[in-house]
Ligand binder design. Sequence first.
Ligand SMILES: Cc1cc2nc3c(=O)[nH]c(=O)nc-3n(C[C@H](O)[C@H](O)[C@H](O)COP(=O)(O)OP(=O)(O)OC[C@H]3O[C@@H](n4cnc5c(N)ncnc54)[C@H](O)[C@@H]3O)c2cc1C
Length: 437
Amino acid sequence: MRHLHWFQQDLRLKDNPALRSHAAADSLLCVYLMPRPKPWCNTVGLGPQRDRFLRESLVALQSELQALGQNLMVLEGSPELVLPDLVAKFGITEISLSRCHGYHEAKSLEFLERKLEIPISVHRGNTLFEPEDFPFELQDIPGVFSPFRRRVESLNINKPLAEPEYLPPPPAAQYDDIPPSLHGRHPALPLPGGPAAAERRLHQFIEVERSITRYKETRNCLDGMDGSSTLSPWLANGNLSVREVAHRIFSFERDHTANESTYWLYFELLWREFFHWRAVVDHHKLFRIGGVAGKTRQTPFEPRQFARWCAGDTDYPLVNALMRQLVATGWMSNRGRQIAASCLIHELQGDWRFGAAFFEKHLIDFDVGSNYGNWQYIAGVGHDPRGGRQFNLEKQAQQHDPEGLFTRKWDGYRAPQPLYINDAADWPITETDSRDA
Ligand SMILES: Cc1cc2nc3c(=O)[nH]c(=O)nc-3n(C[C@H](O)[C@H](O)[C@H](O)COP(=O)(O)OP(=O)(O)OC[C@H]3O[C@@H](n4cnc5c(N)ncnc54)[C@H](O)[C@@H]3O)c2cc1C
């Protein structure tokens, strides 16, 4: 039995149930395919920090696998072409993967299931719950967060699994080192990829500095590390299991103290969970200009305004600082994302999908459900009956950057490379354009 595990957003050994399914195999080929996002809404490829964080995560995974006598093969190319080739070349008899919630990932899987005549086992992804845990059918998942939260927040969450002690050996093949990123970490938020760094930050935030006890008051801080947990990059790349985070919160509450802030960190994990499962159900509607609601949304889309937003060159100093922070560090706080998104949608009358695509390119914590779902909320094309969120930018600046320190910090920063492709032939895209076209 020659097995293959296709790593995607599960770049870890701990609490990765798919890896345990190979104990009886004669060999196991561990593969990762570099993401090659298609040009979409005038963005293409991975931003410097997203590329950097991903490569660091892969290097860390490869060395963890090597410690178990295994290895990681990192290849370029689409799964539809590369995986069938590998199956033929190595005589693979079974494939495993951890469930991903993206529409395109689901389409690739459907294709492989049709094309390959071998079993493909899909294991638990990086979620708190599985569909069978829910007190409703997945198709009937509430469209709005609060009813979803009320129905799931006291469900049992499985304890994270330890990492496997044994993995079958890799087949004889060429396993290259992962080329390092051309970009270094930015000193303003030098988060390294990989499970060890994830564990250090989790330990620091919950057990060492006990910042979790003040989280509800500090979470809107615009700089990373000072306010919120900054766990999202490791969660999104699968360096860190979300069940691990939940159980560490519960242990802290049991052994030390429980207050509104400790609960609130769990509450935010439920938002992540909500967007994850909504993405599974909403399919390609996640990428439509009219969103899941299919609303008609006219935007007098002006490419130069979008370019200025991307470059941090709008008439709103706080938005400029946030956009420069995003490009430089690959991260932006939740409040920052709301302000920047609201500016593009409501002040600049931009197409929300272009903003979401720009975030997709740069965010080191890019997660398809959370990103597109949050953008839809702000644009008012999600399920939320409240119909969009417009933030008063002046008020937000007074509230979250009263002395202008954050804004000044990013004042002189200029991106080292062009921020978007300005190809007039691509403008404008239409309602029918969608990533599944
Ligand atoms: C326009 C927009 C785009 C976004 N895109 C992404 C994205 O691509 N990837 C992503 O992980 N989050 C996204 N978010 C949600 C949120 O901004 C980030 O999860 C959060 O800022 C990450 O920082 P943190 O880890 O310090 O969060 P914390 O405040 O410490 O929260 C802990 C964890 O809860 C989850 N979480 C918190 N808030 C949200 C939320 N609103 N929606 C979903 N999950 C949440 C994250 O996993 C986060 O790591 C987006 C929000 C907006 C408004």
